[in-house]
Design a protein around this ligand. Structure first.
Ligand code: MG
Ligand code: ZN
Length: 222
């Protein structure tokens, strides 16, 4: 019997992630790995973000989904290139999947590549994909204890998007408490309070993406 230890799998993943990162560096494309539980609104956030950026930045999306192509179809409707990864039950994306998916993308022509990870707040945190930044999306509907309960995702996230703030008046979600949890875990520098549905708060999120994409583009020129 051959036994493969989890730590060996993770080592293999991080080797591949390193290779992805070098490839993204060479292409000077900013790669953002979006992580949340199911239903936090990653796809809706991307649907609203893409039309507001696609005239100034060249965008593409890798969509991780367990079985369906529903989210990929919604993104494709925004007129950008989408590569769908069906994990067939798998609960996270890994670096190998990203390496395969990017073979079909014109990386050199892209400024910003979004990866929508599988809806899951646990293991996507453990699998480096070679991205520049992880972004955690948390929705008001999920309750205000998630950062404290799933600290790994929030610790590694360069930015946290607090989505569905239009629901605040209808819940007992404690915004102050969550802000404090996030600040305790990761400093809370980049926290965006938005409603992807109404468009409220999106400007700061867009400004951050623009800045990061432009920094990446300028990186090796200077
Ligand atoms: Mg989705
Ligand atoms: Zn998993």
């Amino acid at each position: 019997m051959k036994v493969v230890m989890a730590k060996d799998l993770l080592k293999a993943n991080s080797d591949l992630a390193k290779r992805n990162r070098e490839m993204f560096q060479k292409a000077r494309v900013l790669v953002v790995n979006m992580i949340s539980s199911p239903g936090a609104g990653k796809t809706t956030l991307l649907e609203k973000t893409i039309p507001l950026l696609k005239n100034e930045l060249s965008l593409a999306v890798i969509e991780g989904d367990v079985y369906t192509t529903r989210d990929a179809q919604r993104i494709e409707n925004q007129g950008v290139e989408v590569i769908q990864i069906n994990t067939s039950g798998g609960c996270h994306l890994d670096a190998n999947m990203i390496a395969s998916a990017t073979k079909d993308l014109p990386l050199d022509e892209l400024d910003l590549l979004f990866i929508e990870n599988v809806g899951n707040l646990v293991c996507p945190a453990g699998f480096d994909l070679g991205e520049d930044h992880k972004v955690a999306v948390l929705s008001i509907a999920e309750g205000d204890d998630k950062p404290a309960k799933y600290p790994a995702v929030f610790r590694d996230a360069e930015a946290v998007v607090l989505n569905k703030i239009d629901l605040l008046p209808y819940t007992d979600f404690n915004l102050e408490e969550v802000t404090k949890q996030i600040r305790d875990i990761n400093g809370g520098n980049n926290m965006f309070k938005v409603s992807a549905k109404t468009g409220e708060g999106l400007e700061a999120w867009l400004a951050w993406l623009r800045l990061e994409a432009n920094n990446k583009r300028a990186l090796q020129r200077g």
